[in-house]
Design a protein. Structure first.
Length: 144
């Protein structure tokens, strides 16, 4: 009986754990419009912030290539400028898109739980940059 319970638990374990998915984004020199359709792990959140991950922590995934990021801007005109050590974007909203101005090409990689493709995306009055949450895996190639 114990063996049967153990086998059932092992068989059901993948369904009980959140699926981790990897998102790779090729960033080109100049302007890049990106979104992140992953629910990020808690290590990306500032203490006490539950609305979304911290922008500098998200961009830290660039590692040494963070110097390639000139500026990151949201739809409200708030921005993150790592060389100036300035960020007035309060959190990364996964239903928004972001404009990144890159000095050089690089790649950013995040891991987290994929968001449902049918989730609601709020539309605000005025300018909206929204994320795209497809139901299928995107081709991760970049135009040359």
């Amino acid at each position: 009986m114990k063996r049967l319970v153990l086998i059932l638990f092992i068989a059901l374990l993948p369904a009980l754990l959140p699926a981790q998915d990897e998102l790779r984004i090729q960033l080109l020199p100049g302007h890049n419009l990106i979104s992140c359709n992953l629910r990020m792990p808690r290590e990306f959140f500032r203490e006490g912030e539950n609305r979304g991950p911290n922008v500098p922590l998200m961009m830290a995934q660039l590692g040494n290539n963070i110097r390639f990021l000139g500026i990151m801007e949201d739809e409200r005109g708030r921005f993150y400028a790592p060389r100036l050590n300035f960020c007035n974007i309060p959190y990364w909203d996964v239903t928004d898109g972001y404009l990144l101005v890159m000095n050089q090409a690089t790649e950013i990689v995040w891991e987290g739980e994929r968001l449902p493709a049918d989730m609601n995306i709020p539309m605000n009055v005025g300018w909206n940059i929204i994320s795209y949450l497809p139901e299928y895996r995107l081709n991760h190639c970049c135009p040359k």
